[in-house]
Design a protein around this ligand. Structure first.
Ligand code: LMR
Length: 328
């Protein structure tokens, strides 16, 4: 009897072996640079939970926050090599692959996040998702973070206050030109280095959203934060076209549904944190949050907006007009 049980068990193993080998789960890597408790971090984690629940045993999603796997300056190359499957770098970080997305860096282009969303959902905005298809990168959708604020160790109320100061920017020529326009110096640096650069005073200031300011603790190393809302920091969720098109159709459908859910999680968190994280920064009391008068804000707009003219041919005037129209 014992022998029979063993023989049956052995036979079962032989039969199951190819099935098991086949059932080896696919590893899906999602790399990003922000903390887990940010809109993008929460969305990536939601994608993992959803995909693993809906494709049990078929996929394992590994989420790497805080530049643990790749920085934004190398994640797209890594994606094309198949070393990471999903990422959502900020729209300022695609200019090696397309100049069309530069539009999102134009200062004072969108009045608020809702205007950016209207443009992103318009035909013009949707057409940008495939602007890097010829390079093998596919945009699957936009994710919000928020409007950018300016910080420094001295109060920035009018553009002249920024003159001669050094600000960290994402790798975008438009952002460099934006600081040139107020007589400041822009330095392109990876997100992972910004806190240390501020702490050691290697730079004087930076621009980022409330969510990034709070989660990276910039308010602990900057004395003043001015609520300028002068620009947008949103993301493009991307994957490699080869990877995406090579997925089994049923798996692609499920993953696509999970990415849609993640978009919802991201955007709700982005709206919540643009209010909530600002309040947390104020409550921390380590920096002073400055509110501009309409006249002061107009000075920043007047100083920075001429940057549009320099880049209008690269971006396309029609596209800029479509974006402006989204302000209603
Ligand atoms: C930055 O570099 O400041 C941002 O793009 C980081 C991020 O992903 O929000």
């Amino acid at each position: 009897m014992k022998h029979l049980v063993r023989a049956v068990a052995a036979a079962a193993l032989v039969v199951a072996a190819p099935v098991l080998a086949h059932a080896e789960p696919t590893i899906i890597k999602f790399a990003h640079v922000v903390a887990a408790n940010t809109p993008k971090g929460l969305a990536a984690d939601h994608f993992k939970t959803c995909a693993e629940a809906k494709l049990p045993g078929r996929v394992v999603v590994e989420v790497y926050p805080s530049s643990q796997l790749f920085d934004d300056d190398n994640v797209l190359e890594a994606m094309l090599l198949g070393d990471v499957q999903f990422a959502a770098p900020s729209l300022s970080k695609f200019n090696k692959y397309t100049r069309k997305l530069d539009i999102f860096d134009l200062p004072f282009l969108f009045d608020d996040l809702a205007a950016a969303e209207r443009f992103q959902h318009s035909a013009a905005g949707q057409s940008l998702l495939t602007s890097m298809e010829d390079k093998g990168i596919l945009g699957l959708g936009y994710w919000h973070n928020g409007m950018k604020q300016l910080s420094a160790n001295t109060p920035l109320r009018v553009p002249a206050d920024a003159a001669g100061k050094k600000f960290r920017v994402q790798p975008s020529d438009i952002l460099t030109a934006q600081f040139d326009a107020v007589g400041a110096l822009a330095v392109k640096k990876p997100f992972s280095e910004v806190f240390m650069l501020l702490q050691t005073k290697a730079i004087d200031g930076q621009e980022n959203t409330w969510s990034n300011i709070y989660s990276q603790r910039y308010h602990e190393v900057q004395k003043y934060i001015t609520e300028t809302n002068h620009g947008l920091l949103d993301y493009l969720l991307v994957t490699s076209a080869e990877y995406w098109n090579g997925l089994p159709a049923d798996m692609r459908t499920v993953l696509s549904g999970c990415l849609d859910e993640a978009t919802g999680v991201n955007n709700k968190a982005a709206y919540d944190k643009s209010v909530g994280d600002k309040q947390k920064v104020i409550a921390a009391g380590t920096s002073e949050v400055l509110t501009l008068t309409p006249e002061e804000k107009a000075q920043w707009r007047d100083a920075m907006k001429p940057v549009w003219n320099k880049f209008k041919d690269v971006i396309g005037e029609d596209l800029i007009e479509a974006a402006v129209a989204s302000n209603q």
